[in-house]
Design a protein around this ligand. Structure first.
Ligand SMILES: Cc1ncc(COP(=O)(O)O)c(C=O)c1O
Length: 375
């Protein structure tokens, strides 16, 4: 090992305390003591539904502690992370499919469970990745619009299911922030299977921890019972690890066995694995993130509604506001003022999706946003 590499690893592995001043010295501010809040140009990033508070300290310490494993492939890390995720959900290891973000699970399901003759059902708008992948594959997507309250139109989606290979149910839905209680989800899945017995249903629960809708719960138990149901989860949101790229699917063992060969081998890095494993053990962290998100989200909703722009309650770390003007032009105007917000999500071309930042970020960004809206 070269002198400089050994010195670097020595510094890093000796303990995360040694890396934290380095991070801070590079302009990353204290929130949990270690995480960055603003990007290098001072732009307030309210455009990608990230966790603005960053990862938990335990996750950062796990990352720095794993530097020394960087020369090894990740079979054993995968096995350990799979077991940790399984423990977290009270399922077996064979029920877990790891991936580089839940995006990998979504992509695998899209690729493996649809075909040139078995389409995808995915709402308009919803998280765009499955439909975008279908376009690349030259396969068909049927995309019923959300309803007037921006909720997924479950009736229209079930009606589009006959002949489908995969039905994508994003709950809560990105970008609209709406959610359904578990009873509605289970009734929907039953309806889909009545009309399309062979279709798989992929329930994306990326924003699970932020959802405080009464009756909301995970579809994981249903997925364990029925091989045609897959639940996707991620470490990118409440755990603040979007940049580490770790997510997973949970399903019946036979379904995981069918999907596993589509994985990119070693797609979860050793550092990412360590961060995710440390996050599996966190409890207080989630509650604290929920509280901070809830407070900043309430401020954003009130500010926009008080300014006369309808923003419905959401169950996520973002809001969708009816800004009654072209969303792209408004996004550009906000960007010029140093506030990055979401792009347009057709057919909602006059709505703006605004991610929830820290309270401090929201206090600085909201006057910019309402100022431009009043102009
Ligand atoms: C609903 C939903 N699913 C999946 C993802 C993908 O996230 P990741 O690949 O980081 O897990 C996102 C990202 O924003 C999302 O909003």
């Amino acid at each position: 090992m070269s002198q400089s590499r050994r010195a670097f690893l020595g510094t890093a592995v000796a303990g995360s305390a040694s890396i934290i001043p380095l991070l801070q010295a590079r302009g990353m501010e204290a929130g949990n003591g270690i995480s960055p809040r603003f990007d290098a140009n001072g732009v307030i990033r309210l455009n990608s539904n990230e966790n603005p508070h960053g990862p938990a300290r335990a996750a950062v310490e796990a990352i720095t502690g794993a530097f020394g494993d960087a020369n090894r492939y990740t079979q054993s890390n995968d096995a350990a992370l799979r077991a940790a995720v399984a423990r977290r959900h009270g399922v077996k290891d064979e029920n877990v499919l790891l991936g580089a973000g839940s995006g990998e699970t979504l992509r695998i399901c899209t690729e493996a469970l649809t075909s040139n003759t078995a389409h995808l059902v995915a709402a308009a708008p919803t998280f765009e990745q499955p439909a975008a992948h279908m376009t690349r594959l030259g396969r068909e997507t049927r995309a019923p619009n959300v309803d007037a309250l921006l909720r997924l139109d479950l009736g229209a989606m079930a009606a589009a299911a006959p002949g489908a290979g995969l039905v994508f149910l994003c709950n809560p839905n990105n970008p609209t922030g709406t959610a359904y209680p578990l009873s509605d989800v289970l009734a929907f899945i039953k309806d889909v299977h009545r009309r399309a017995p062979d279709a798989f249903v992929l329930v994306d629960e990326a924003y699970f921890e932020y959802c405080d809708l009464p009756g909301y719960d995970t579809a994981i138990p249903a997925a364990l019972d029925d091989p045609r149901i897959i639940v996707a989860r991620t470490f990118s949101k409440v755990f603040g690890l979007a940049g580490m790229r770790v997510g997973y699917g949970i399903a019946h063992a036979s379904t995981i066995k069918r999907l596993e060969p589509w994985r990119l081998q070693n797609s979860v890095s050793a550092l990412s694995s360590a961060a995710a494993m440390a996050s599996c053990e966190l409890t207080g962290h989630i509650k604290e993130q929920q509280r901070m998100n809830g407070e900043a989200r309430a401020l954003a909703l009130k500010t926009l509604n008080d300014a006369g722009f309808k923003a419905l309650p959401t169950y996520t770390n973002f809001i969708m506001a009816d800004i009654r003007r072209d969303a792209k032009a408004f996004q550009d105007a906000c960007a010029k003022e140093g506030v990055a917000i979401g792009r347009p999500f057709p057919p909602l071309n006059t709505h703006a999706r605004i991610s929830i930042g820290t309270m401090d970020e929201m206090r600085r960004a909201l006057p910019v946003i309402t100022g431009l809206l009043k102009a």
